[in-house]
Design a protein around this ligand. Structure first.
Ligand code: PLP
Length: 434
């Protein structure tokens, strides 16, 4: 495969954009690659780069594209309005349509505010929780990523982990003091902390997917719900990834646990920029212009994004078997990965939930939290990543992210993926044997 055009673009970008990319998770530095691929177009389960190489895609816009690239239903709906105008700074029908669908489907949401990104949604939800409780401190879990607002960039996951750190520079001591952190899954410590400190909210990815995927125990979320209720702490489920992916109603429907506030993003924009936070009416009515918790946005609830999100969610709602089929396809793939790992003597721990998975290159029975996840062999991951890419399969360029399937990944794509995975596992096995 030739990567010349991508390499040339990257060299140019390096002089113009920090690190040549507009989000660090797009860099291929940690997997020892000269340059990331620059994408020209996508169709179904596939993407095509500027050198016209074709790939099966397991990033799917970091989970946004559960229907695959350019799903005809989404395109059809977007086309209906794209020539009308782009954005008005005044309300449109499409925001109301999307809000109505979200309120109907997501159990905890009685009212919702649309934003432009997941970062904005979590930032605003935390502010709202502070205003509602009159408390300053918040609790988050090590390795969970909730976007890049100051308060949430402490002991964070995703691109920070990939680059070997967890707290961003540039955060004030005050913010650091107010963001408390604990290991994911440690209910005893949560109970202890919440009974001894005044905490405004607990924010959690109900299925953490930003330190690699963690398979949450339901009892942990049940415990969080119980303790937060008893201590009058706001429970925020950050469902930017899990919303409309783990089940139509997200992780809260899947586990049967209702948080006070929920944040959404990715799928609800059908691949366009979007986010949302919502929850109990009583809390949401503190948001301006009803209350005095300020949230605003020039492009909040953008009509094209709202239309694309509405089309995506409507399709998911009309085809409820999608979730079962996605899980079956994921299991088919992973059962075979397990066999490959055994055949070539490669230590792996595979975590999966629904259509999300991470292959941890680690000698552990289970990866349960950040401490476990950091034990993974990133050198083996790098061999895996590069073998996949050089043979037409794009997986996340980091051990600490999840793979995403879409409904466009059929048996054909999965079998080709397994063929290439076999090459990767063979290489890793041979390296280990030396
Ligand atoms: N929350 C979670 C769980 C995420 O995974 C992300 C992004 O990946 C965010 C929040 C931030 O969303 P955005 O990238 O749209 O700002």
């Amino acid at each position: 495969m030739v990567f010349k055009n991508s390499i040339d673009l990257y060299k140019k970008a390096l002089n113009l954009i920090p690190g040549g990319v507009n989000s660090p998770v797009r860099a291929f530095k940690s997997v020892n690659r000269e340059a990331p691929i620059f994408v020209k177009k996508g169709q179904g389960a596939r993407i095509y780069d500027e050198d016209d190489n074709e790939y099966i895609d397991y990033i799917c816009s970091w989970g946004s594209l559960i229907l695959g690239h350019n799903h005809p239903k989404v395109i059809e709906e977007v086309k209906k309005i794209i020539e009308n105008g782009s954005s008005y700074g005044l309300p449109t029908k499409y925001e109301v349509d999307l809000a109505e669908l979200i309120v109907e489907i997501v159990p905890s949401i009685e009212k919702v505010r649309l934003t432009t990104s997941g970062t904005e949604a979590t930032m605003s939800a935390v502010r709202l929780a502070r205003a509602y409780t009159g408390r300053n401190k918040i609790l988050k879990f090590e390795g969970c990523y909730h976007g890049h607002s100051d308060a949430l960039l402490v002991k964070s996951g995703s691109g920070l982990l990939t680059d070997g750190y967890q707290d961003s520079n540039g955060i004030t001591d005050g913010v650091l003091k107010d963001t408390l952190t604990l290991g994911f899954g440690d209910l005893e410590k949560v109970e202890n902390l919440l009974r001894n400190e005044e905490v405004a909210c607990v924010i959690v990815e109900p299925i953490p997917a930003n330190m690699g995927l963690i398979e949450t125990h339901k009892e942990f979320l049940q415990g969080l719900r119980r303790i937060t209720e008893e201590t009058k702490t706001v429970l925020i489920f950050d469902e930017v990834i899990s919303g409309f992916r783990l089940a139509l109603g997200g992780a809260q429907e899947f586990f049967g646990i209702t948080p006070d506030l929920t944040t959404l993003g990715k799928i609800i924009g059908g691949g366009y920029p979007v986010g949302a936070f919502g929850g109990k009416r009583e809390i949401m009515d503190l948001v301006a212009p009803v209350g005095r918790v300020y949230h605003a946005g020039t492009l909040s609830g953008n009509p094209i994004a709202s239309k694309a999100g509405f089309a995506t969610i409507s399709y998911l709602k009309e085809n409820p078997n999608i979730y079962k089929e996605l899980a079956e396809n994921t299991n088919y793939l992973l059962d075979n990965v397990e066999k490959l790992a055994q055949k070539y003597g490669v230590d792996v721990c595979i975590n999966s939930m629904g259509s999300l998975f991470t292959i941890f290159f680690v000698d552990l029975e289970k990866v349960e939290n950040l401490e476990d996840s950091l034990k993974a062999n990133t050198e083996n991951f790098s061999i895996y990543f590069n073998t996949m890419l050089d043979n037409g399969i794009v997986v996340p360029p980091s051990q600490f992210e999840a793979h995403f399937l879409s409904i466009a990944h059929t048996k054909k794509e999965l079998d080709r993926t397994l063929e290439v995975m076999e090459m990767a596992f063979k290489k890793i096995g041979e390296k280990n044997a030396k």
